[in-house]
Design a binder for this molecule. Structure first.
Ligand SMILES: Cc1ncc(C[n+]2csc(CCOP(=O)(O)OP(=O)(O)O)c2C)c(N)n1
Length: 535
């Protein structure tokens, strides 16, 4: 006889969930952990609910299938919210499950009682409560929402009274896909008019392009027609950094402007403005957008807005482009070289510059997947860490939350325990999720955590100075990262110069489990880096 808890786990597995993450309470999460064990679905305890959601989200981004996490009611639910918000703004299919009281007592008990459904509603695409009468139907709806487009989080509130009950007979699964049928690609007047006479189209690749078929189509388009592509932070790797038609990184900042200025039409593929700097879009060229789902946005004016079968639409676009565009590969190579050089500002000779940390790590650990946190260190990582495949770099860019890189790296490493993952984080971001170092050690995942140790919230310090303020409230103080890493069960190193760093990184590469490398960097180059990137 199976319980509704077993039924829920079955649904999660059928939806493609690889592992459950969370911080349980004694109610429905405890039932779900037991049921997951019965079904062979692994459960990983995280130290915070937010980190559990980041771990599950990293798995979802890599697999393209939903991730799942659970939390207790009240404080568990509220602590989960930043992770769900990240999935919402970073367009990630995440199934977030929270405990609740059973309906007969929830209006009486106040202890830990919050309007959880209402709290999650604005940051989820679907939100429901499982009841004894309608559990199967509700689960089907939840899974349809979680596996359909646009990719987004769903929230399920479930009491132990439900998880612990015997499962009723299963209903037949609904056959229909939740997604609207993709629009049949056919050339449309707006598209033809926009592309007519174009000689130097430029691709702007965003998070919606990170599937294998779309990636291959984009690369083929670049190679056959000779046109460059810029990628957003989340789309790094769709066109690899060393690809001859890689045109650099798109942020809606300053660095990419010279190359974009040479284009006569912009073709945005999977570009979601949630990834762009919150500044007006000032490029005068017409923009064609192609995306698998309808975007709700007003920042970028689209001359043609093509929704549905992205590969099909790209084929239509290819048929309208010149067989060979007027781009010179040398111009593109010069543009990307100039961009990278601008992200290597002069540094003091005997100090460790942040961009050198990334370059030395990229040499020591070639081809490794990386995660990166929010902060000034993010800029050199994105500029100098090469990505070869989609999701080669995982980043929170829509929400841009701190405390992301370490848990996301744990989630990624748990998917493929023989493939090490690098996590680049500021010291402020690492302090936010420190307990997950223990998770990494407990799970013995091959993680290389590089902390840019400068004792400060450097990005905020730069912004304070830019606004004419004295830096205030941004000093973290010194942390003995080696002692801390050791105490949590990691192998830990400290590097003060390039030679020490190269040595630590190659030592760390030989360790099967997690390693922590504190790079004592000179933050002086962050200011010029930010200036070059954003103007
Ligand atoms: C959860 C969260 N809180 C605050 C911020 C605002 N914020 C962005 S970067 C930053 C400083 C990050 O400091 P650190 O992790 O040390 O990285 P650094 O800037 O020094 O590279 C802050 C506070 C944020 N993005 N996320």
């Amino acid at each position: 006889m199976s319980l509704i808890a077993d039924q829920i786990i079955q649904h999660l597995s059928n939806a493609g969930v690889q592992r459950l993450f969370g911080m349980p309470g004694g109610g429905s999460p405890a039932d779900l952990i037991q049921a997951a064990a019965r079904a062979g679905l692994p459960f990983t305890l995280a130290q915070t609910e937010t980190a559990a959601a980041f771990m599950a989200s990293a798995q979802a981004e890599i697999t393209g299938k939903p991730g799942a996490c659970l939390a207790t009611l009240g404080p568990g639910a509220t602590a989960l919210m930043n992770g769900v918000a990240n999935a919402y703004l970073d367009r990630i299919p995440l199934i977030a499950i929270t405990d609740r009281y059973s309906p007969d007592i929830e209006h009486v008990m106040q202890h830990q009682t919050l309007p959880q459904a209402e709290l999650f509603a604005p940051i989820t695409k679907w939100n429901g409560r499982l009841t004894l009468d309608d559990a199967e139907r509700t689960l089907q709806c939840a899974m349809q929402a979680a596996t359909g487009l646009p990719p987004a989080p769903v929230h399920l509130d479930i009491s132990a009274e439900v998880t612990d009950a015997l499962a009723p007979a299963l209903l037949p699964s609904p056959a229909a896909s939740p997604d609207p049928a993709p629009a049949a690609p056919a050339s449309i007047p707006a598209l033809e008019a926009t592309l007519r006479g174009a000689r130097r189209p430029l691709l702007l690749i965003g998070l919606g392009a990170r599937t294998q078929p779309i990636t291959l189509t984009i690369r083929a388009l670049c190679e056959r027609h000779g046109l460059p592509a810029l990628v957003t932070y989340k789309a790094k790797g769709v066109v690899p950094d060393d690809h001859p038609w890689f045109g650099g990184v798109l942020t809606n900042g300053a660095l990419e402007r010279p190359l974009i200025a040479r284009a006569d039409v912009l073709i945005a593929v999977g570009l979601d403005p949630v990834e762009l700097l919150p500044r007006p879009w000032t490029f005068p060229q017409p923009v064609v957008s192609v995306n698998a789902w309808q975007l709700q946005q007003q920042q970028v004016p689209f001359a043609a807005d093509l929704v549905g079968d992205v590969v099909g639409w790209l084929e239509v676009i290819a048929s309208l482009l010149p067989a060979q565009c007027d781009w010179d590969p040398a111009t593109v190579a010069h543009a990307t070289r100039t961009q990278r050089d601008a992200m290597r500002p002069p540094a003091e000779a005997d100090r460790l510059a942040p961009h050198r940390v990334v370059e030395i790590a990229a040499q020591a650990w070639p081809g490794m997947r990386a995660t990166v946190d929010a902060g000034a260190h993010m800029f050199p990582v994105i500029a100098h860490w090469p990505a070869r495949e989609p999701n080669g770099i995982l980043i929170s860019n829509g929400l841009a939350t701190m405390g992301f890189a370490l848990p996301a790296a744990i989630g990624a490493a748990l998917l493929a325990p023989t493939q090490p993952v690098a996590a680049f984080t500021g010291d402020g971001g690492l302090l936010m999720c420190l307990g997950e170092l223990r998770t990494a050690a407990r799970e013995n995942v091959p993680l290389r955590v590089v902390v840019f140790d400068d004792g400060n919230l450097s990005l905020i310090k730069i912004k304070q100075v830019q606004r004419g303020y004295h830096p205030d409230g941004v000093t973290l103080g010194a942390v003995d990262w080696v002692a801390l890493g050791d105490s949590l069960g990691l192998t830990a190193y400290r590097a003060r110069d390039e030679a020490q760093l190269a040595h630590c990184l190659s030592e760390a590469a030989t360790i099967p489990g997690p390693a922590l490398i504190a790079a004592e960097i000179d933050p002086q180059t962050y200011g010029p880096t930010l200036k070059a990137l954003r103007g």
